[in-house]
Design a protein around this ligand. Structure first.
Ligand SMILES: *[C@@H]1O[C@H](CO)[C@@H](O)[C@H](O)[C@H]1NC(C)=O
Ligand SMILES: *[C@@H]1O[C@H](CO)[C@@H](O)[C@H](O)[C@H]1NC(C)=O
Ligand SMILES: *[C@@H]1O[C@H](CO)[C@@H](O)[C@H](O)[C@H]1NC(C)=O
Length: 319
């Protein structure tokens, strides 16, 4: 019977592969104003001790630290104010998505620009459960780096019991294997990108590009395609459906070999933030080639932060 054979064939295919789907359809697409509707501007303290003052949504809008057009969304830090050394840090924004994206989801960000400058520590990342029970629901850093130095780093931060094999199918360079936040001052299990265009001034002068992250029960993958290079057509066309099997070797590959991803990663909120100095950018500032001390530089040189902004063309979430 034809119908019976189709059923048995599909059951066979499903159970024979036991793989997570590589095809996804769009769940949310954020462009321009959608970022302000779909994200919350959070005026909270920076847990990583940055020289930052995260403002609320009204101040962000009136000071033009958030700006939406029909095609672009910009989030930036203040670049006009000399700070009182005894007062709060530099005004900046932290945005968290209202929706969560869990196992079996993909995020694709198309950016023209990311924050640059000595003392800057920009990040585009996800965290489980709004960060409330951190690190039990996991953290996935997609874009992160400091002080204009080097390339991008993709990193997982988890509760104990999650490590990454040394050798894996990725184009980036694996750093620490243990993802546990308690190990080595919360370094996490990172992968350093090899393409200079993946971060900071070089990313910006190249016109940005696309970052993508896929979260499944089998693996987490991060890809980066610089503007002007060969980009999968479903990514460059912002297609309503995607097939990650066609995207090639990722820059960062985190398999579930010695880490149950389904138990270390809960539904993730997306976070876009820009802080200054603090635990990472401040700690490595003296070896960054940047002038003065981090805090003095951030306090006294507002004009140096005119390029400390994210400019998103789109952020698309697929499930
Ligand atoms: C901002 O981003 C950095 C880098 O990921 C992160 O470590 C820090 O905790 C963030 N600050 C806030 C308030 O989320
Ligand atoms: C607000 O920011 C946007 C994006 O950077 C810029 O195009 C616009 O001119 C700014 N508006 C004002 C009033 O400064
Ligand atoms: C990895 O994923 C596979 C397939 O989903 C699953 O069978 C296996 O138990 C997982 N391994 C770990 C350590 O979680």
């Amino acid at each position: 019977m034809a119908i019976y054979s189709i059923w048995s064939l599909s059951f066979f295919l499903v159970f024979a592969s036991m793989a997570w789907a590589a095809t996804y359809t769009v769940s949310e697409k954020y462009v321009g104003q959608d970022f302000l509707n779909g994200f919350t501007v959070q005026n909270i303290a920076d847990p990583t001790h940055g020289r930052v003052n995260y403002v609320n949504a009204a101040t962000a809008a009136s000071d033009n630290l958030t700006f939406a057009s029909s095609t672009n969304f910009v989030a930036r830090a203040d670049f006009t104010t000399v700070l009182d050394p005894n007062g709060p840090g530099r005004n900046s924004v932290r945005l968290m998505s209202n929706k969560q994206y869990g196992i079996s989801s993909v995020l694709v960000a198309n950016l023209n620009h990311m924050p640059e400058g000595c003392g800057t520590w920009p990040a585009f990342w996800t965290v489980g459960d709004q960060g409330d029970d951190w690190p039990n629901s996991g953290e996935i850093d997609i874009i992160e780096g400091v002080n204009n130095v080097g390339t991008n780093q993709g990193t997982l931060h988890t509760s104990p019991g999650c490590t990454m094999p040394a050798s894996r199918a990725e184009t980036g360079t694996a750093l620490q294997s243990d993802c546990d936040t308690a190990v080595n001052g919360n370094a996490g299990c990172g992968v350093s990108f090899n393409d200079a265009r993946s971060f900071g001034p070089t990313f910006n002068s190249n016109g940005g590009g696309w970052y993508a992250m896929e979260l499944t029960g089998d693996f987490i993958k991060i890809w980066f395609w610089p503007r002007g290079t060969s980009v999968p057509s479903d990514v460059s066309s912002d297609s309503s459906s995607i097939d990650t099997d066609n995207w090639g070797t990722p820059v960062a590959y985190f398999p579930n070999t010695s880490c149950s991803l389904t138990s270390h990663f809960g539904p993730q909120n997306i976070i876009i933030n820009l802080t200054f100095c603090g635990d990472w950018a401040g700690a490595v500032y003296p070896s960054s080639g940047c002038p003065s001390t981090c805090v003095d530089y951030v306090n006294n040189n507002p004009a140096e932060f005119e390029n400390a902004y994210f400019d998103f063309l789109s952020l698309t979430a697929y499930t």
